[in-house]
Design a binder for this molecule. Structure first.
Ligand SMILES: NC(=O)c1ccc[n+]([C@@H]2O[C@H](COP(=O)([O-])OP(=O)(O)OC[C@H]3O[C@@H](n4cnc5c(N)ncnc54)[C@H](O)[C@@H]3O)[C@@H](O)[C@H]2O)c1
Length: 248
């Protein structure tokens, strides 16, 4: 009998693979038998992956040609592409609309939303052959918002909407599109912004009814379920993995 959640034979591209959540997703997929390509602006570390199951590509997801070249290189090396994970995100910038420089607004929308569009555009022809899956990493701030998060929230709300349209447009081809909306997850990104792990906990934990932050592994477990055959009837959906953040 097939073990639930196994991804043998499958090939996944994970953008933002140099960050904590992208790295955890790639690692979880590898444990389930997939081969993965970690995509990031700088070469992501592949130290804790089996060499035959991993590739690392440097690629800016906002560059259409670079994304197409990267997708073709992955298809050449691994022979197929089954799963696209749009996880890359620009650094958030806390400011009201009047204070937010237009170039930062553009960069956040470009990386978080246009980057996902570009990877889908390049990757869907490959996904068609495998009846593949697109997984977009959104955020609880795509559902609600927070002061000073205009660009980030708009980009993540856009990603939720893009997920639904992708699901509808490609359902008949057997391609599913889904998203996860994490609450605050204890990552280097969050620790850096807060100043320390303790400060990150104090700042974020009280906003989550569960009383703590999520872990990259918890997001990766949700990701594994959503891209696996066990989620075969789920498309266009968003999975809130936010410790209850959006309940209040
Ligand atoms: N950490 C959290 O609390 C949290 C909460 C909700 C949602 N998320 C989402 O989860 C995802 C991962 O978050 P994380 O905390 O691991 O962040 P992170 O900053 O550690 O990882 C994001 C990665 O994306 C890469 N990246 C940025 N611009 C890129 C570009 N143009 N091309 C290619 N790669 C690029 C960065 O170099 C980085 O390695 C993001 O989409 C984020 O918005 C995170």
């Amino acid at each position: 009998m097939k073990t639930p959640g196994r991804l043998e034979e499958r090939v996944a591209i994970v953008t933002g693979g140099g960050g904590d959540i992208g790295h955890a997703i790639a690692q979880r997929f590898c444990e389930a038998g997939a081969r993965v390509c970690l995509v990031d602006l700088a070469r992501a570390s592949t130290d804790c992956f089996p060499a035959e199951q991993v590739l690392a590509h440097t690629c800016d997801v906002t560059d259409p040609e670079a994304v197409e070249d990267m997708v073709e290189a992955v298809a050449q090396t691994f022979g197929r592409i089954d799963i696209l994970v749009n996880n890359a995100a620009a650094e958030a910038h806390n400011a009201t609309v009047c204070e937010l420089p237009v170039e930062i607004w553009r960069r956040i929308l470009d990386v978080n939303l246009t980057g996902a569009y570009l990877l889908c555009r390049a990757g869907i022809p490959h996904l068609r052959k495998q009846k593949g899956v697109i997984l977009n990493i959104a955020s609880q701030l795509g559902h609600v918002t927070a002061r000073g998060h205009a660009a980030y929230s708009a980009s993540k709300a856009g990603l939720l909407s893009l997920t639904r349209t992708l699901a509808l447009d490609h359902a008949e081809e057997g391609i599913r599109a889904v998203s996860i909306s994490p609450g605050a997850v204890m990552t280097d990104r969050l620790i850096r912004r807060a100043g320390s792990e303790e400060a990150a906990f104090e700042q974020h934990a009280p906003r989550h009814p569960i009383g703590r932050l999520g872990t990259p592994r918890e997001i990766a477990d949700a990701a594994l379920f959503l891209v696996s055959d066990e989620a075969g009837f789920i498309t266009g959906s968003d999975l809130l993995a936010d410790g209850g953040y959006t309940l209040k």
